[in-house]
Design a protein around this ligand. Structure first.
Ligand code: FMN
Ligand code: FES
Length: 652
């Protein structure tokens, strides 16, 4: 029997630490059974792949076969390997099935529950060796990770507080309230070396201390779940999958700082995170873990959820607080830090979702344990959102100081289609691009900054040999130009000017001196912008100039895009001696730009070509007739009478 009723409300209210421990004991006793637990991922990624239908099929089938009493079914959060979803893990044996479909359910039940065998075809198959892997933790993507913060996502139902409590949840809160003074908590967080996971990497304990000592009776603690970096979803996964870990950290922080009101600022585009956080808040409140006199300690604290309006800049601390006040989310000068004068000019401590989720771990396992993980200046683990041209994409949690090589090759499984690795962009849109020669860099706050990039909130985009680095800089500047709030001139104009120059270069209008001009504008934008959006916006430009200068020169001087990405700088060309007149390019060209016919060499009409690349893609590899030419003139087409193919293979 659960301690939660059918509509998800706890049946008791805990009035002391002893009652919390007794509650935990009862839950443990209820859970002690040898029933297999079928944990289905119900995170946003798997839901998009229709895990809801898989779960519904499972529930219907066990009902039909009268097996409901023999198994537990759990809908969990996202463990990070969404590309293989829908995911199903069966505990205690930790058998992991990937890409499960509703049609697979009868076989899963027959084999796994009734016959106690494994459905081989649903196991993860290693793309290189073809070997099937049974256990989740043995899948290479997970095997090399240290999932301290993310680990419970695949074990608990985020909508059931009992699941969190059963795994020692809220024990750090009880320890903080009853065994530690606010000063001791701050000392522990300081000693752990925890640095903010939202971008700046500021020491969390120091920030808390400043806020605690700031004058004023009313103080606020805030969770930053704006997560505006394109492609990043670590905060979403945590809030959706383990909201209580974030809330527990927040309550501990509030107690240490002396705040009685808190906010979760979460982006509008995260409906499931909003829903799960609201459920978590209600359950925590009902159970006596939030609200008045938490666990009978005399400490009062409650939390409201605020939905952001979807602007990247609103994730910046002062902009976020302005938005919370109900105004347009624009940054303000921070001569006085927000820990002294933030929300409604009161001392306010803002931390990222992942930062808050680390706090219960530090309190429970100790500052020394935490500080022993990672590097001297960057302790603990970090969750990265690994995306781009890599075989395994998803959320990766590793100790700080792990090399880029380990993340990209051992965990990410290497580069897609065995292409050559070119660079990795870290730190979100205003991060920098790190080249292949630095792949053995240890990833931590300071090392990435030294290389002209940054940790940011953990975005990691892998690029292969087909990526143009000038175009990459243009892409990120385009994003930042859109997202700059426009309040300060250096950011608004600086980004626009850099973008205009980059567009010129990628469209073949680059001039000598453009790179130097970019560097000059970058410096002003860095130094004079109001907030870190402008101050870091030049990173994509400066890092690509630093490591890929020859690509800028090729674009400007030879009007050549070496990677063949910038449309204005390359043309598709059909090599007459290789064309077999197979008609594929001609039939597939959407703009009718290919002339030719049966037994006739094909020719691209360059005036009509829209450079979509379909001819390149459909030309059979064994012919390899279509090529990209950049920085050189296109040879004239053969005269009409020379286009006839005599020895052909038109059935190709
Ligand atoms: C343009 C911009 C966007 C930001 N977006 C986020 C965000 O989405 N989430 C986040 O935690 N921090 C974001 N930050 C960093 C915050 O300003 C702030 O440093 C952080 O929330 C503090 O928490 P931490 O110390 O735990 O990292 C952003 C900063 C800038 C300049
Ligand atoms: S949503 Fe299921 S693995 Fe991410």
């Amino acid at each position: 029997m659960s301690m939660i009723n059918q509509v998800g409300e706890p049946l008791v209210c805990l009035r002391s630490r002893a009652e919390l421990e007794e509650y935990r004991r009862v839950i443990h006793a209820q859970r002690l059974s040898d029933k297999p637990c079928f944990a289905f991922c119900a995170g946003t990624g798997c839901l998009a792949l229709r895990s809801d239908k898989v779960i519904a099929a499972f529930k219907a089938e066990i009902k039909k076969r009268d097996l409901e009493a023999k198994v537990d079914v759990r809908e969990t959060g996202c463990p990070g390997f969404c590309e293989k979803g829908p995911l199903l893990t069966i505990y205690p044996d930790e058998i992991c099935y990937v890409q499960a479909r509703p049609e697979d359910i009868p076989e899963i039940i027959t084999q796994t529950i009734v016959e106690k065998r494994i459905v081989d075809r649903l196991l993860y198959s290693d793309p290189v060796s073809g070997k099937r892997v049974i256990n989740e933790s043995e899948i290479p993507f997970y095997k090399h990770q240290t999932r301290m913060v993310l680990g419970n996502n695949s074990k608990i139902d985020p909508r059931n507080i009992d699941d969190y409590i059963a795994l020692e949840g809220y024990s750090a809160l009880a320890k903080s309230l009853f065994d530690m003074s606010p000063e001791q908590i701050i000392e522990a967080v300081k000693a752990s070396g925890l640095r903010g996971r939202g971008g700046g990497g500021f020491l969390t304990g120091r920030k808390w201390e400043e806020c605690r000592h700031a004058p004023g009776d009313i103080k606020y603690v805030i969770v930053n779940a704006d997560e505006g970096d394109p492609g990043a979803f670590m905060d979403r996964a945590l809030l959706e999958g383990n909201p209580h870990s974030v809330l527990e950290g927040l309550i501990i922080g509030a107690y240490a700082i002396g705040a009685h009101e808190g906010y979760v600022y979460v982006r509008q585009e995260y409906p499931l995170a909003v829903e799960n956080v609201n459920i978590a808040l209600k359950q925590a409140r009902d159970l006596g873990l939030l609200g008045k006199d938490i666990l009978g300690s005399g400490f009062d604290f409650d939390v409201k959820v605020h939905r952001g309006a979807g602007a990247f800049v609103s994730g910046e601390s002062s902009a976020l607080m302005t938005a919370l006040e109900g105004r347009v989310g624009e940054p303000r000068p921070k001569y006085i830090h927000t820990v002294i004068s933030g929300l409604w000019n009161r001392p306010s401590n803002l931390n990222n979702v992942e930062t808050w989720a680390n706090v219960p771990l530090i309190i429970n396992r100790g500052a020394d344990w935490f500080a022993s993980i990672g590097t001297k200046g960057s302790t603990g683990t970090k969750i990265f959102s690994l995306v781009g041209k890599v075989n395994n994409t998803g959320l990766v949690e590793v100790p700080m100081g792990t090399t880029l090589r380990r993340i990209i090759y051992d965990i990410g499984g290497g580069i897609l289609k065995n292409k050559k690795f070119k660079a990795v962009q870290t730190g979100g849109p205003s991060g920098g691009c790190i080249p292949e020669s630095l792949i053995d860099t240890l990833v931590d706050f300071d090392e990435l900054t030294k290389l002209g990039s940054m940790m940011g909130s953990g975005g990691m985009i892998v690029m292969d040999e087909d990526t143009c680095m000038v175009d990459t800089a243009r892409y990120f500047l385009d994003f930042l130009a859109d997202e700059s709030c426009g309040k300060c001139t250096p950011c608004r104009e600086g980004i626009d000017q850099m973008l205009a120059i980059l567009i010129n270069i990628t469209e073949g209008r680059g001039e000598n001196g453009d790179v130097e001009l970019l560097e000059e504008i970058a410096k002003v934008t860095q130094n004079a912008s109001l907030c870190a959006l402008g101050q870091t916006a030049a990173n994509p430009v400066l890092s690509t100039i630093r490591y890929f200068r020859s690509e800028y020169d090729a674009h400007i001087e030879q009007k050549q895009c070496p990677a063949g990405v910038c449309k204005a700088l390359f043309s598709f060309y059909i090599q007459p001696e290789k064309c077999q007149a197979c008609l594929r390019c001609l039939k597939n060209c959407p703009s009718g730009a290919i002339v030719g016919g049966k037994n006739q060499i094909h020719v691209i009409d360059q005036e009509k070509c829209i450079k979509c690349g379909i001819c390149f893609d459909v030309c059979p590899e064994r012919f390899g007739a279509v090529v990209k030419l950049s920085g050189e003139p296109i040879p004239p087409p053969p005269p009409l009478e020379a286009r006839k193919i005599r020895r052909r293979n038109s059935s190709a």
